[in-house]
Structure formats: structure tokens, C-alpha cells
Ligand binder design. Structure first.
Ligand SMILES: CC(C)(COP(=O)(O)OP(=O)(O)OC[C@H]1O[C@@H](n2cnc3c(N)ncnc32)[C@H](O)[C@@H]1OP(=O)(O)O)[C@@H](O)C(=O)NCCC(=O)NCCS
Length: 329
């Protein structure tokens, strides 16, 4: 299914092709996506790993990756330079060159450093590694962009309306910040809304809770209500409501009963969850029971585009996420 903006993303890449690192060079899904990218010629894949093993794996799965770049950390000819740069970036941690050399044999650290060295524009991993292992090098080495305090994430959910157009929603933060503070929720909401716009959503942000406008009480309710209020101050042009229960957020009928004074309740399309448990469970319910396709987690607030795949992903999702990741560069 084509998501809004997908065609435009490919057009952007055709005008300005990018290089994307795949840290799991022998994985069949990565090889299939890489072979599709090589055939379409607007996004150049770099596969990290042992060259022989990657070529054997591609032959075994029947995917042609001729013309793709393979870089093996064990034989990388600019390793000394990479080690020096890594030590400089981690000097506050007192990393020695020997430690750096060891760490850089790990594909996630190595791939992230390819971006720092200017040899790649973006990175996509996580088909076999956990989210934590995939994103930690980016948090440590790429860091947050100026003006941001945290890296967070958003899922873009897409479902056909059956009338030729798609329903597109954004959900955050379902993958990175385990227990975001009030101020972190403000940053998550603003970043998620910005990203939602790229996918054609006119964001109406709802801070989700088990309470609607004070129907319930508790610290978590206050946190969501206060975060909504702070977001309104920080981003006065953004449509924001909270705290809201999910039904009041999406159903105009329920919103008329529970919070008739709100124009946004009932029409929320950009959801901010109180914590990662709610967010992760929430987007998966939409995906598995609601018939939405889920794209993400798209990392927000990083200085360069690095994204994480779900370990349950298929080759088509890898291909789509590669295009989204590179286009965001
Ligand atoms: C993201 C995550 C991996 C970071 O955990 P961690 O590596 O243990 O975190 P640490 O506290 O050791 O921090 C490591 C570095 O990342 C930085 N960091 C951690 N979280 C960050 C964030 N949200 N934004 C920016 N930087 C962050 C730290 O400042 C630290 O930097 P430093 O080494 O330069 O001092 C962790 O929050 C996590 O596991 N989140 C949930 C992931 C998950 O399981 N998702 C569900 C599946 S999709």
C-alpha cells in the first residue's frame, strides 16, 4: 500500500540519491530489500559484514546484490581513522583505542560510525538485533540535534479507507523512552506532529490517559494534562488536547458526551502515550487487530537518520523503511 508522501520520497531520493547502511548484511529480508534498491537506483545500500558470507547468503536466497557495497569491519581500510574518531567522540568515557577497536567490530557501532565518517547518510538495522542494541550507538555517537533534549520515536499507521485514499495516524513514543517526564512528553508530541505532517497528516494531538478532562485522578492523569498544557504554550499553532481517554480522542460521539467543549477530541490523529508500555501495546493493537500497516519506529530528534526495524519485519517493510529513513535525511 502506498503511504501518503511515499512517491514524493522516492522523487526526492532520485534528485539526490543517498547511501544507507544495513547492519545485518546476511539477513534474507535485508538482501531482498537491498536487491530491490539496487534495481531501482535511487538509494544505494551498504551491507555490513563478511563479504564471502554475504555473497553466499545472497546466492542462497536468490537475490542479486551485484553493484551493492559490502564493508567488513575486520578488513575496513579506514579503521585507524574510525578508531581515532570514536575515541574522540567517547573521550568523556575514557575509551582506549584497544576498546574502540573491539567495539567497532560490532556492526551497529561500525555502521553508525560510517555515517560519522561521511561514508553513509543513514542507517537501518534491527531485523535481528533488539531496539536497544540498534539505537544505543546512535544515542552515544550521533546524539540529539540542536534544540532537542531526547531522542524519541513515532509509528506511522496507514489503513486503506477502501475509497482509494488512506487513513494515516501517528503514535508516539512506542519504542524509546520508557517513562517519559512531562517535559519529555512535550518534546515527543511536537516532534511526532512534525513527522506526521511529512506523511500528510494535519496533526491533531491527543495526550492519552485513563481519564478525560478530570474524570479520573492520579499522578499519571496530571502528567498528561500538564504536558498538554505545556505543549500548547510551546507550540501555540499546534492543535492539542489532553488529557483524553482513547474513545474520547477518536469518537466524535463519545467526545460530545465526555468533553463537548473540545473541538479536537473525537478527531485526534496524533496520539501521545503516557509511557512505552501503553504506546507499544497500543500501536500493535492497531496493527494486528485494526488492519493498519505500521511504519516505524521512526526515530525523532537525532542528528542523522537511523531507524530500527521490528524483528518480525518482512522484506517489503525493510524496503519501505529504507526509503523513509533515507528521505528523512
Ligand atoms: C533507548 C535505550 C536503549 C537506552 O538505554 P541505555 O543504552 O541502557 O541507556 P543509557 O542510560 O545507558 O544511555 C546510553 C547513552 O544513550 C543516551 N540516551 C539514553 N536514552 C536517550 C534518549 N532517549 N535520548 C537521547 N539520548 C539518550 C544516554 O545519555 C547515554 O549517552 P552517553 O553514553 O553518551 O552518556 C533504552 O531507553 C531502552 O531500552 N528503551 C526501550 C527500547 C525497547 O525495548 N523498545 C521496545 C521495542 S520497539
Amino acid at each position: 500500500m502506498a503511504i501518503f508522501g511515499f512517491g514524493q520520497m522516492i522523487q526526492i531520493l532520485k534528485k539526490n540519491p543517498k547511501k544507507i547502511v544495513f547492519t545485518e548484511g546476511t539477513d534474507a529480508r535485508i538482501l531482498e530489500a537491498a536487491s530491490r534498491l539496487l534495481a531501482s537506483n535511487f538509494l544505494h545500500p551498504i551491507l555490513v559484514g563478511d563479504e564471502q558470507a554475504i555473497l553466499e547468503a545472497s546466492e542462497e536466497c536468490g537475490f542479486n546484490i551485484r553493484g551493492g557495497e559490502i564493508i567488513d569491519p575486520k578488513t575496513f581500510d579506514r579503521m585507524d581513522e574510525m578508531v581515532e574518531m570514536y575515541c574522540e567522540l567517547r573521550k568523556k568515557k575514557g575509551v582506549t583505542p584497544e576498546q574502540a577497536r573491539e567495539v567497532l567490530l560490532n556492526a551497529n557501532y561500525f555502521g553508525t560510525m560510517l555515517i560519522k565518517l561521511g561514508l553513509a547518510d543513514a542507517l537501518l538495522g534491527g531485523a535481528t538485533y533488539s531496539t536497544a542494541d540498534t539505537v544505543r550507538p546512535a544515542l552515544q555517537l550521533i546524539k540529539t540535534k540542536p534544540g532537542n533534549n531526547i531522542v524519541s520515536s513515532v509509528f506511522i499507521l496507514v489503513r486503506s479507507r477502501g475509497t482509494g485514499d488512506n487513513e494515516v495516524l501517528a503514535m508516539a513514543d512506542c519504542a524509546i523512552n520508557i517513562r517519559p517526564t512531562e517535559d519529555e512528553l512535550v518534546e515527543i508530541a511536537i516532534e511526532a506532529a512534525e513527522c506526521a505532517k511529512i506523511f500528510g497528516v494535519d496533526p491533531k494531538v491527543g495526550f492519552l490517559s485513563y481519564s478525560t478532562f478530570g474524570s479520573g485522578e492520579g499522578e499519571d492523569v496530571d502528567k498528561m494534562r500538564n504536558a498538554a498544557a505545556k505543549t500548547r504554550i510551546k507550540a501555540p499553532d499546534l492543535a492539542v488536547e489532553g488529557e483524553l481517554q482513547f474513545d474520547a480522542a477518536v469518537s466524535p460521539r463519545v467526545a460530545r458526551t465526555k468533553c463537548p467543549e473540545s473541538d479536537i477530541a473525537g478527531h485526534v490523529n496524533t496520539f501521545v502515550f503516557p509511557d512505552i508500555s501503553a504506546g507499544n501495546i497500543g500501536y500493535k493493537i492497531a496493527q494486528r487487530l485494526g488492519g493498519f500497516e505500521a511504519y516505524g519506529p521512526i526515530l525523532l530528534g537525532l542528528n542523522a537518520p537511523v531507524n530500527d526495524l521490528s524483528r518480525g519485519c518482512n522484506a517489503s517493510e525493510v524496503y519501505s523503511m529504507a526509503i523513509i529513513t533515507a528521505a528523512l535525511a
